[in-house]
Design a protein around this ligand. Structure first.
Ligand SMILES: Cc1cc2nc3c(=O)[nH]c(=O)nc-3n(C[C@H](O)[C@H](O)[C@H](O)COP(=O)(O)O)c2cc1C
Length: 290
């Protein structure tokens, strides 16, 4: 299952084009739309728009650490005011017929590890799945995710519990599941430049045949398909810029670290540059990965 980027519910509710773009559906996958917000009214409106956009599930963000979001009392700031978080969750559950899920952190800081309490109350309010990133808000992305601290959340709820944070391999996934007792894993940054990692880890956890990563021409075809999807979704001008970081991650994964060779791709102002330079770079980099 893949979840959309966080969508600010008030901006979605007032028709901001950028937020509407983020509700676009990927064919062939369950459509999970994540909403953020701090006002019940806008979450209700957002949930209805998400449902009309074809969502199958609505996820609520209680985990974003960014100051821009927490200063507006959304994302992880809501973990400091559990009653308000619950009001928003209840309003969302009431506003839609779709399943509602919640993503959170361990708590605001180490003195306030209240994920288990909020998760239990969320389940009582009708939430059907909970994901916990094993860091506090004050950790941002620093230090290691503490999967063992997700276990009290698992013990507090009976809905499926997903553990998240630093899961970049099958071994890490197994360890996270074992320490947290969770039912599933969520993968974020580990999939950058290698989106097939999610399927690989999933197949291994299910005991299915190993899925090979795409190589050489297959990889190039994959990267170009991703590139074209970005250009089509964002429009060419913005898409060229958005794509740069993804192209950089693909080059990282195949071990192409030569700054002089990477530069034209990483600073490309036109799609022509990418189409001309990338094939050589990807095919020649092959084998440089550790
Ligand atoms: C650039 C960036 C953007 C993110 N955006 C979101 C988001 O929109 N919604 C969300 O729930 N988490 C978001 N996250 C957090 C990730 O979903 C995840 O919880 C966190 O990165 C830890 O997992 P990982 O180590 O597998 O990446 C974001 C993380 C990063 C680095």
């Amino acid at each position: 299952m893949v979840v959309s980027e966080m969508i600010a519910s008030a901006a979605l509710g007032t028709g901001q084009a950028e937020m509407l773009r983020k509700t676009h559906k990927s064919e062939g996958l369950p459509h999970v739309i994540q909403l953020a917000g701090c006002e019940a009214h806008w979450l209700e409106v957002g949930a209805k728009i998400a449902q009309d956009a074809g969502a199958d599930i609505i996820d609520i963000n209680l985990g974003c650490p960014s100051k821009r979001v927490t200063n507006g009392f959304a994302g992880s700031a809501l973990m400091r005011v559990p009653d308000q978080a619950l009001r928003l969750i209840e309003a969302t559950v009431k506003a839609t017929t779709l399943p509602v899920t919640v993503k959170m952190r361990l708590g605001w800081d180490d003195d306030n590890l209240n994920a288990a309490d909020i998760a239990r109350r969320a389940e009582e309010a009708g939430v059907q799945m909970i994901t916990v990133h094993g860091r506090t808000r004050q950790q941002f992305y620093k230090g290691d995710a503490r999967w063992q601290l997700v276990r009290p959340v698992k013990d507090a709820v009976s809905v499926p519990l997903v553990v998240n944070g630093d899961i970049t391999s099958f071994d890490a996934a197994q360890k996270a599941l074992q320490l947290s007792g969770a039912d599933a894993v969520m993968i974020g940054r580990g999939a950058q430049g290698q989106p097939w990692l999610v399927g690989q880890i999933g197949a291994q956890l299910a005991g299915a045949a190993v899925i090979e990563a795409p190589k050489r021409q297959d990889l190039l075809n994959h990267i170009f398909a991703h590139y074209e999807a970005i250009l089509s979704d964002y429009g060419t001008e913005l898409g060229i810029r958005v794509a740069r970081k993804h192209l950089g991650w693909y080059l990282d994964v195949i071990g192409q670290t030569d700054a002089d060779l990477r530069r034209p791709i990483m600073t490309a102002e036109t799609t022509d540059t990418v189409y001309q330079r990338l094939p050589e770079l990807v095919l020649e980099s092959w084998g440089k990965a550790a």
